[in-house]
Design a protein around this ligand. Structure first.
Ligand SMILES: NC(=O)c1ccc[n+]([C@@H]2O[C@H](COP(=O)([O-])OP(=O)(O)OC[C@H]3O[C@@H](n4cnc5c(N)ncnc54)[C@H](OP(=O)(O)O)[C@@H]3O)[C@@H](O)[C@H]2O)c1
Length: 320
């Protein structure tokens, strides 16, 4: 979040950093200055224009309303407010118009829903969506910094000749694939239900049929997904490629002859959603298949939050 903010032309007069008690008192560099990390308390947001929350859901539940009350425009990236009526769930390239000068709180979507919406929006506009099927291949950093460290520790153990050991999930993550493990109704995980609900809300298609399977893989950074799109009107692969190449935040990486297609390593540390392997779905009539990779920590989380805040600041300034 900070490295993104440092590079964007925000006229930051003051930045306040908050974390848990564990980090209180540490200093972090921002634009050449040391900034102290503090814990949240009443008054923390007084005088703050924009508050970006990238904390566990219970922290958002406790402090987002305080931030709004104390006058900040809040972007919350937890799942607490995403599906609440009246709170916009925003991917700026797709539905940024929902952020108005009156908006006090906007939610940032799940790290799968963001790149999926970025890739689906141009296809939806051109040909309508009849059905979307998505299978995800999600990086461990999507489960937070502790899980990312656990992948290293588990992998070191296996490479040292010890048997695989599970430390964050019920099964090992190193050299393995796991489900998201919070199983809910009909055997789908909470992650899978989030993807279904959020993609419908972002695209404004409340009845869109969505089939989903979400899987965590031992990749550090960069979520990937195989996406099967059935359109209402026929859409050629050539047109789909052109639409995607022109779409904001999409980089088309699609040259099978040169074995050029998205990978998590290609996307890691970058801002774009990399889309490739655009091909006809041989199993249905009006079907297109895509493969995409996106940095879950940047466009999938922090960058999207910063872009929402920019949309708000731009509109507030335009009104002044
Ligand atoms: N990782 C992703 O790809 C991703 C994508 C989209 C959305 N999200 C959402 O973003 C949020 C953060 O996820 P993450 O993956 O970044 O988790 P994380 O790596 O575990 O980081 C959580 C952060 O919250 C801070 N925190 C914990 N308790 C706090 C408190 N009482 N007051 C203030 N700060 C507190 C932690 O501070 P300390 O360092 O002091 O512990 C840490 O900086 C979650 O709601 C998650 O669902 C994550």
């Amino acid at each position: 979040m900070l490295s993104i903010l440092e590079k964007r032309p925000w006229p930051v007069r003051e930045i306040r950093l908050f974390a848990s008690r564990r980090s209180a008192g540490k200093t972090v560099r921002f634009r050449g200055r040391n900034v102290h990390v503090a814990v949240l308390k009443p008054g923390s947001f007084v005088g703050v224009d924009v508050a970006l929350f990238d904390a566990p859901g219970d922290v958002s539940r406790r402090f987002v309303s305080q931030a709004v009350r104390e006058g900040a425009f809040v972007v919350d990236h937890s799942s607490i407010y995403r599906m609440e009526k009246g709170i916009p769930l925003v991917v700026p390239e797709v539905n940024g118009h929902l952020v108005t000068p009156r908006t006090k709180l906007a939610a940032g979507p799940n790290c799968v829903a963001i790149p999926l919406a970025v890739a689906l929006a141009p296809l939806a506009r051109a040909a309508g969506l009849a059905h979307v099927t998505v299978a995800t291949y999600q990086a461990i950093s999507g489960a937070g910094v502790a899980a990312a460290r656990a992948l290293y520790a588990e992998a070191r153990g296996v490479l040292a000749g010890r048997p695989p050991r599970s430390t964050v999930f019920s099964h090992p993550i190193a050299f393995n694939c796991v489900a998201h493990e919070t199983f809910e109704k009909e055997g789908y995980t909470d992650e899978e239900w989030k993807i279904v609900g959020e993609i419908r809300k972002i695209l404004g298609l409340s009845q869109l049929p969505v089939s989903v399977a979400a899987v965590r893989i031992p990749v550090l950074r960069g979520h990937s997904m195989a996406v099967f799109v059935e359109t209402k009107k026929p859409l050629s692969t050539g047109t789909a490629r052109k639409l995607l190449a022109r779409a904001p935040s999409v980089v088309l990486a699609d040259d099978p002859k040169r074995r050029h297609y998205p990978t998590p390593l290609m996307a890691a540390g970058k801002d774009a959603v990399y889309v490739g392997r655009v091909r006809r779905d041989i199993g249905v009539k009006n079907g297109i298949v895509l493969w995409l990779s996106c940095d879950n920590l940047r466009k999938g989380a922090a960058l999207n939050a910063v872009q929402i805040a920019e949309a708000a600041l731009f509109r507030i300034r335009a009104k002044m």
